[in-house]
Design a binder for this molecule. Structure first.
Ligand code: F6P
Length: 323
């Protein structure tokens, strides 16, 4: 193998740059040429690529976002789009690729591998931490710390005004960010897509808190909750209870940006180095994960087949401590 490619795909996550840096530098160290593929699979189809040297990735380990840019590419979801992408990789003599992204990006890599024999290794880059085959994804730690800091700030004003706040965090299909953030932020309740939301039960929780002497409370709402978004839930609570003095904060994409934490930088660095050695060992159709502090390789399909992260014991911790 002489030349490999690296791309970031899907929603960006803090630490993607550290992963790109690691792939480039580990590749160069092994005498490989490393091509940066811009804008995910769209750039692969369009041939938006450039050779990267060790110095091309200087000064990016501390930066959020991705210098390669990212995209969710509809064209790549069709066989013709993937055929064009495979053709471009051949034109560029790229013999293996490292894809940093979430499970959607992995499905793409898997199809490229099975349909066109393109050698590929996936690195889990998403703030959602909802990928099977790894205990942590690149960006999750930064995102939960950002959300926690936001909740700390909300708590100050909530306490000053004796208000109930509904704080919406990201996670369209996964409540993992919200569960962890709710515990870390000392919230009273969390609403997650994995558990049907019961508004009367939520009102009862708030009443219990109030009766127990709480003058302000925080409810963390996952973006994908079945009862609606944080505004809709606050409205339902106001309409059906005495709790009218509520406010809503949507943290949104603030969680996707910012300088990655040490944890995410080190995770991305270790994973990037492991991805390059995996390619050189002849591995393909695999993802790098972390398990018990060690780097592991598992099939890409683990990412979507074992993706559930719902941990009822986390909800129990919150219930006990939120009283
Ligand atoms: O998958 C990462 C994520 O940030 C989810 O938490 C969120 O639901 C989604 O992406 C938002 O996507 P977009 O940036 O396209 O609005």
């Amino acid at each position: 193998m002489n030349r490999i490619g690296v791309l970031t795909s899907g929603g960006d996550s803090p630490g993607m740059n550290a992963a790109v840096r690691a792939v480039v530098r580990a590749g160069v160290e092994k005498n490989l040429e490393v091509v940066g593929i811009h804008r995910g699979y769209q750039g692969m189809i369009d041939g938006e690529m450039e050779l990267l040297a060790a110095r091309s990735v200087s000064g990016i380990i501390n930066r959020g976002g991705t210098i390669l840019h990212s995209a969710r590419c509809m064209e790549f979801m069709k066989p013709e789009g993937r055929a064009r992408a495979a053709e471009k990789l051949r034109e560029w003599n790229i013999e293996g690729i490292v894809v940093v992204g979430g499970d959607g990006s992995y499905r793409g890599a898997h199809a490229l591998y099975t349909e066109h024999g393109i050698t590929c290794i996936g690195l889990p880059g998403t703030i959602d931490n909802d990928i099977g085959g790894t205990e942590y994804t690149i960006g999750f730690d930064t995102a939960i710390n950002t959300a926690m800091e936001a909740i700390d700030r909300v708590r100050d004003t909530a306490a000053s005004h004796d208000r109930i706040f509904f704080v919406e965090v990201m996670g369209r299909h996964s409540g993992y960010i919200s569960m962890i953030t709710a515990i870390a932020g000392g919230a009273e309740e969390v609403l997650v897509p994995e558990r049907p939301t019961d508004i009367p039960a939520l009102v009862e929780t708030l009443r219990t808190g109030h009766a127990g002497g709480k003058t302000s409370m925080i409810v963390v709402v996952a973006e994908g909750d079945d009862a609606g978004n944080a505004f809709e839930i606050a409205q339902k609570v106001a309409e059906t209870s005495e709790f009218k003095n509520t406010r809503v904060t949507i943290i949104g994409h603030l969680q996707r940006g910012g300088s990655p934490t040490a944890f995410d930088r080190v995770l991305a660095s270790r994973m990037g180095v492991r991805a390059v050695s995996a390619l050189l060992e002849g591995e393909s159709g695999k993802m790098v994960g972390i398990h018990n502090q060690e780097m592991v390789l598992c099939p890409l399909s683990d990412a979507w087949e074992n993706r559930t992260r719902f941990k009822p014991e986390l909800l129990e911790v919150l219930r006990v401590l939120g009283t």
